[in-house]
Write a protein that binds this ligand. Structure first.
Ligand code: AQP
Length: 346
């Protein structure tokens, strides 16, 4: 590779990168906060790169067979949600070795003080941080590598990932400063829409999460119509009617969550939803939400089922995506080695 292949002081072209951990079945939160928006970015004609971040998933223990199945299922969820592997690059992280390589280099740029401020580590490690894996602690530096490896400029994420994208900007800036280059861009977190933080159906103060021990807390993309309707019917709510104005949702996290979910699924604003349902009780609103959720999610779960019937085809898609990702990533990691002073002679 010559020094000129990946120029320093490049003008960075718009490029989207984002990922999802295949650490369980994907949820409505992943769909509204990530997948739906991933497909929209692709449809806007921007170059889009999407990754099933299996190296992130193993920062907590994963059953190997389950991880393989979940990775294929997550790939099916991407495709069923409108991510087209012909127009977006779709692959799983471990098939492109440059992710782990750049992560190591960036581990040496990131500062311990920065990592100590990451709230996701504190949340996930809990009271037993001494027993957490070193990988869980270094997770944000691997995420920085995922993004910077493609010189991505935009990262669509849910609210919970904002701090990690900001850390990525700090790591990029420090690298550029330390080596006197303009090699890495400062990627922007894209946190848009009404569903940037979908909450648990059992507790409106907790994020809906695929690893929540309670299955009733979330809607899985593989849930059938009856299960979706039942979970919405049983969702925790207060006894009051829905207000007519947004202000009336303050201090009512569960009601706000269901209104936001409705708005995001129907492509409406929460104010429009309240315009329709203000003054009505949950006895009316929940069945309407259940019907809407089934209408939007059933085609996705049906398509996922169809795709999952042919795992070899999913693996082929991921392999082709990995080749395309590698073609972008390899020159960038090679250039990073060179900038840092490592001899590259083969
Ligand atoms: N509840 C949510 N609301 C909105 N967006 C969400 N995302 C996740 N949950 C919600 C967004 O989905 C993308 C992928 O996230 P991830 O699976 O890589 O990790 P996570 O954020 O830690 O999601 P989970 O479901 O909570 O995973 P586990 O339980 O394995 O830790 C991100 O853009 C995220 O913001």
């Amino acid at each position: 590779m010559s020094d000129t292949d990946t120029p320093i002081n490049a003008n960075f072209k718009p490029r989207v990168f984002s990922g999802i951990q295949p650490s369980g079945g994907l949820t409505l939160g992943n769909y509204l906060g990530a997948l739906k928006r991933f497909a929209m970015k692709q449809d806007e004609g921007i170059e889009t790169i999407y990754c099933l971040v299996d190296l992130h998933a193993v920062t907590v223990w994963q059953d190997p067979e389950a991880l393989r199945r979940q990775t294929r299922e997550a790939a099916a969820a991407f495709i069923a949600s409108g991510v087209d592997p012909q127009r977006s690059i779709l692959f799983n992280q471990s098939q492109v070795g440059a992710h782990a390589e750049l992560a190591w280099l960036l581990n040496c740029v990131a500062r311990l003080g920065w990592m100590n401020r990451m709230t996701q580590f504190k949340d996930k490690a809990g009271k037993n941080a001494e027993k957490a894996s070193l990988g869980l602690y270094a997770y944000p530096a691997l995420m920085a590598a995922d993004i910077l490896l493609y010189h991505a400029t935009m990262v669509p994420v849910g609210e919970d990932q904002k701090q990690h994208v900001e850390l990525t900007r700090d790591i990029a800036a420090k690298f550029n400063h330390d080596f006197g280059v303009e090699f890495f861009p400062a990627p922007e977190p894209l946190i848009e829409g009404t569903a940037t933080r979908v909450m648990s159906l059992r507790d409106g103060t907790k994020k809906m999460s695929k690893s929540d021990p309670s299955d009733a807390s979330r809607i899985n993309l593989t849930d059938d119509a009856d299960t979706i309707a039942k979970k919405i019917r049983k969702a925790t709510t207060d006894p009051a009617e829905l207000p007519s104005e947004i202000d009336g949702l303050k201090d009512r996290p569960e009601a706000r969550n269901l209104v936001n979910i409705y708005a995001a699924l129907a492509d409406m604003t929460p104010a429009q939803v309240l315009g329709e349902y203000g003054g009505k009780g949950f006895g009316t609103f929940k069945p309407a939400l259940a019907e809407l959720a089934v209408e939007k999610l059933a085609p996705i779960s049906t398509e996922m089922g169809r795709l999952m019937a042919d795992p070899a085809e999913i693996d082929a898609v991921l392999g082709q995506g990995a080749n395309k990702a590698d073609a972008i990533a390899r020159p960038i990691v090679e250039r990073t080695y060179e900038i840092m002073g490592m001899v590259r002679s083969r």
